[in-house]
Design a protein around this ligand. Structure first.
Ligand code: NI
Length: 196
């Protein structure tokens, strides 16, 4: 992306703990450890409300065991901030989870747009055999909170190979339903009560 103000990369080793099949992950480290599995290039004019951050993300194809490659995933720190993704190349899914644990899955192929509404945790999944490239855009003051996924034992469902080269969702047995206080905090209600 020309005129980018920043970029970051995630290597295979950075994603330890994300996948169900830890033995498969360990076995893959020998060849994959330093490989950049996804990278983001962005234009971030500033972090003031009203402005926009946008950029591109590209993800390698692959699986750990039968589970397709994913991004770490997050909810926006200002959780009422939405996001738009636009597919440019490849075949992917946006895995969405509400604080209460409702799951929605949106297909992202080339020339399709995905809207991530306020308050939804989101993670990209590459279910294709080639790079998944997407444009994204979100309010400049959104921020990212990555802990909300780890604290719940991951996202509620995992996306795995259905045995025929397609995909299916399976329950993540490590996932724990969030308690009322955690849900309220993710909606930003805790802060409002304190400041009221
Ligand atoms: Ni986001």
């Amino acid at each position: 992306m020309s005129a980018a103000t920043g970029a970051y990369q995630k290597r295979f080793r950075d994603l330890a703990g994300l996948y169900a099949d830890e033995a498969a992950f360990s076995a893959m480290r020998e060849n994959w450890n330093d490989t950049v599995v996804y990278e983001v290039s962005e234009f971030r004019p500033n972090e003031r409300s009203g402005d926009l951050i946008f950029g591109t993300t590209r993800m390698l194809p692959g699986k750990v065991g039968d589970e397709y490659f994913v991004t770490r995933g997050h909810i926006h720190r200002q959780s009422d901030r939405p996001e738009i993704y636009y597919g440019q190349k490849g075949s992917g899914l946006m895995l969405l989870e509400s604080p209460e644990g409702e799951v929605r899955i949106v297909a992202i192929d080339a020339r399709t747009v995905c809207y991530v509404p306020p308050y939804w945790i989101h993670r990209s999944v590459n279910i294709g055999g080639e790079e998944l490239v997407m444009l994204f855009c979100y309010p400049a003051d959104s921020g990212q909170d990555y802990d909300c996924i780890a604290k719940a034992g991951g996202m509620r469902v995992r996306i795995v190979d259905d045995g025929e080269g397609g995909w299916k969702q399976v329950d993540n047995s490590s996932w724990r339903k969030r308690d009322a206080a955690t849900i309220a905090a993710l909606y930003g209600l805790e802060k409002k009560e304190k400041s009221a």
